[in-house]
Design a protein around this ligand. Sequence first.
Ligand code: HEM
Length: 309
Amino acid sequence: MTTQKLAKGLTPVLNHVASKGVVVDMQDVFQRLTFDTTWFGKEKKLKQAWETLDDVITGLIARKRKDLSDGVVSKDMLTCLMTGQQSYSGGFKQDDKFLRDTILNLMIARRDMTSSSLTWFLWLIVTHPRIEEKIREEINAVVPESELGKPRVFEAEDTNKLVYLHAAFCEALRLYPPVPFQHKAPIKPDSLPSGHRVDPNMKIMFSLYSMGRMETIWGEDSCEFKPERWITDKNMIRHEPSYKFLSFNAGPRTCIGRQVAFTQMKTVGATIFHNYNFEMIKCHIVAPNVSIILYMKHGLKVRVTPRWP
Ligand code: HEM
């Protein structure tokens, strides 16, 4: 699913729930949106599911290999991986098992991380009206005058100038990292900067969730949702080192989908806040679940109303 389709796929669903006046779980909507796996039924055994995925992915790789040998070169991630372009693959050609695992990773990573981020982001914005207003002001400034006050689906190109929206996503990811904790093991005995000795039998756990809220890392207002902290005096996104802002991991296994994720999230963010108002359901409890992905335990139940007739 391309970035544009992601935002386009959302509007018919939201128009429908708005017209019926029903309560909708936006976490569920975002999860369905970001991963189209209807062909991969829940009742299937894991082995069968793996074989199906294997067949599909092997077919994709074979088709791409034929395209490449016929001289058809397109600008997608699989082409980059297969032709060994530096930015995606580290500059060497990949074997089929590596390609298959990477494609699977891309499919799964996309669904879980992006839908988790969108869910927390939406909740944070709806519960911070001042920030919601600023996001809408910024969105209005990029909409051509002839299209103001009308429904609109945003595309990747529209989102380049949305600095405040980008900052709001960074801030949501800082406070609610979709991967809330990680572990690493040293390949040989070593000592940490703290002086603690570590060896290959040990696993070092660290909590990204806690690190995103530590005063020693982010300052006294570390627990506040404040997109402004990400914006420089020149109205650009402030660069934070990946070992400080760890939501995309750091080092050699860092997320390769970071830019794609921001573009997708911004097209969805701009589209939903331009077109709809969201109202939280009273008494609905928003709480994180205990899992390797930071979902909302009870989903995100809201009512949706269109902003334009
Ligand atoms: C907000 C959205 C996203 C977040 C927060 C995120 C975060 C992460 C994190 C923390 C890892 C490291 C996982 C680990 O070491 O166990 C990772 C890896 C990865 N991500 Fe993302 N990701 C996001 C979106 C995406 C998207 C949209 C794609 C694909 C287009 C993607 C592709 C990948 C891949 C392929 C890896 C594995 C890299 C490797 O192991 O070499 N991610 N991501």
